[in-house]
Design a protein around this ligand. Structure first.
Ligand code: HEM
Length: 221
């Protein structure tokens, strides 16, 4: 491992993340085209109205499946720890970039963790409500009341998801070095120490352990 930088995301994690981001854009834009006549012009991006309607659910399912990849990869790092509650209480200091009184945090801050679980909830609601309103294959198994509720929930979950992703992108740009971490995989030691000190300590401890021989080296012969 290089002395200057720390690995934050492997190639597979980054590919997985950016594929989800692309699918989110495609499913989101095609969904907006179907949501309101004022946005129907977006359907031109997908080959017109009928194609948008055919493709949107498939893009949604693919986004969900790829998102599950992110969930399995980042699930553990998003468990809440004792310090998180205090960090959230001191959010005003965090916003002002003050360090005093702000407890140390792990690989993700509690804001990122809340966002992670919100994304998962939205994705689950979108998937299940989406299946109910997928006329080509599943809608015939449900009554009109279920379909109406599913439509409402689908739109609500999409709304929350889109807002959450706007916050996610804003936060990623706000914390300098984050986008580069998701693009190139590595962060500086200073970045890790400043933003995620518990994670930094854990990574550097692992490094030290890896560098320390467990058995004394003896000369053979
Ligand atoms: C479209 C533009 C997007 C940008 C610019 C972006 C940017 C980023 C950045 C910079 C990070 C690294 C944060 C860090 O290491 O502290 C990250 C992590 C992550 N992103 Fe995105 N992202 C985008 C879209 C999405 C979408 C659509 C999703 C899922 C629906 C998503 C889910 C995640 C997850 C799960 C993580 C790991 C953080 C965690 O587990 O709490 N991202 N993203």
């Amino acid at each position: 491992m290089s002395n200057k930088t720390i690995l934050r995301y492997t190639g597979n994690q980054r590919t997985n993340h950016w594929l989800v981001a692309i699918l989110f854009l495609m499913a989101g834009l095609s969904g907006l085209a179907l949501f309101h006549p004022a946005l129907f012009w977006l359907s031109n991006l997908f080959g017109g109205g009928p194609w948008t309607r055919i493709l949107h659910p498939f893009m949604g399912v693919l986004m969900f499946v790829l998102f599950l990849g992110l969930v399995f990869r980042f699930w553990r790092a998003n468990y809440f720890i004792a310090n998180d509650r205090l960090w959230l209480k001191r959010i005003d200091r965090v916003m002002k970039n003050e360090e005093e009184g702000v407890p140390p945090i792990g690989k993700y801050n509690p804001g990122q963790k809340l966002l992670f679980w919100t994304l998962l909830l939205c994705m689950l609601v979108l998937l299940f409500s989406g299946l109910v309103i997928w006329r080509a294959y599943f809608s015939e198994y449900f009554g009109i009341t279920a379909i109406r509720w599913a439509m409402l929930l689908h739109a609500l979950a999409a709304f929350v998801l889109i807002l959450s992703i706007i916050v996610h992108i804003y936060a990623g740009i706000w914390i300098k070095g984050s986008v580069s971490a998701m693009l190139h995989g590595r962060v500086s030691r200073g970045w890790a120490r400043k933003h995620h000190v518990l994670w930094y300590r854990q990574v550097t401890q692992d490094e030290t352990r890896a560098e320390t021989p467990t058995r004394p080296i003896t000369k053979k012969g």
